[in-house]
Design a protein around this ligand. Structure first.
Ligand code: SF4
Length: 228
């Protein structure tokens, strides 16, 4: 036997393996679509545990509401968002988002937009980038949009499925084309990738215990050396 790759992973096979290994992730952890949106704005460049503390600050003060956030003084809002990091910027981004959300008519009106139009509208908000917009589309509006983040790029590159440095929409559309439009699948798949990336496929990966190890070309001796 050569030391070549024993099995080439595919996107559906990776999903099946992660789902079997980790079980249902039940994302997004929030009580309402609006809370998903606030969390998506706050989670930029920070761990989710920090976002939870900022959300708890808003909840304790009855400010998890677009009208209430718009009415809140910037310095007060920034102080409550302090646990999520970059709190002055995030306070401004959250206010921008809430102004837009209210002007657009709120959830019921936005829900009526076709996915492409809703994505375009979200991307028009100052401070909302592709990943944040797609978090909101998938987890707040249940639209079949695959979220691309750094964990996704790293895993798919290490598995040899994509380069990992493709432009955001190029990679998103390629994955969506392969998997077909399925919001429930995308919801679970993204959550599983994040779980796997935190536990195994870290910057310094723990390949020895990884359930994708067989057939991963990034594992020394199994293929493309130097991917890690
Ligand atoms: S075997 Fe290593 S590099 Fe490959 S997916 Fe698992 S943790 Fe990542």
């Amino acid at each position: 036997m050569s030391g070549a790759v024993r099995q080439r992973w595919s996107l559906p096979a990776v999903y099946q393996a992660l789902q079997s290994g980790f079980g249902a992730q039940n994302w997004w952890p929030a009580d309402s679509p609006f809370e998903v949106m606030v969390g998506a704005v706050l989670t930029q460049n920070t761990a989710w545990s920090n976002v939870e503390r900022a959300l708890a600050n808003l909840r304790e003060r009855n400010r998890l509401d677009a009208q209430a956030i718009v009415r809140t003084r910037h310095d007060h809002l920034a102080n409550w968002l302090r646990p999520s990091g970059y709190f002055n910027i995030k306070a401004q981004r959250l206010k921008n988002f809430c102004h837009w959300y209210l002007a657009a008519g709120g959830y019921e009106t936005l829900q009526q937009l076709e996915t492409g139009a809703l994505r375009h509208a979200l991307l028009s908000v100052n401070g909302v980038g592709h990943e944040t917009a797609d978090d909101i589309l998938l987890y707040a509006f249940e639209r079949p949009v695959f979220v691309i983040d750094a964990y996704t790029r790293r895993l798919l590159a290490r598995l040899g499925l994509y380069r990992g440095d493709e432009p955001y929409d190029e990679l998103r559309l390629a994955i969506e084309h392969t998997l077909g439009p399925d919001a429930a699948l995308y919801n679970e798949y993204h959550a599983l990738i994040v779980r796997h990336a935190k536990e195994y496929c870290r910057v310094r990966p723990l390949c020895g215990a990884c359930l994708l190890r067989d057939g991963c070309p990034a594992v020394p001796g199994q293929g493309a050396a130097g991917r890690l």
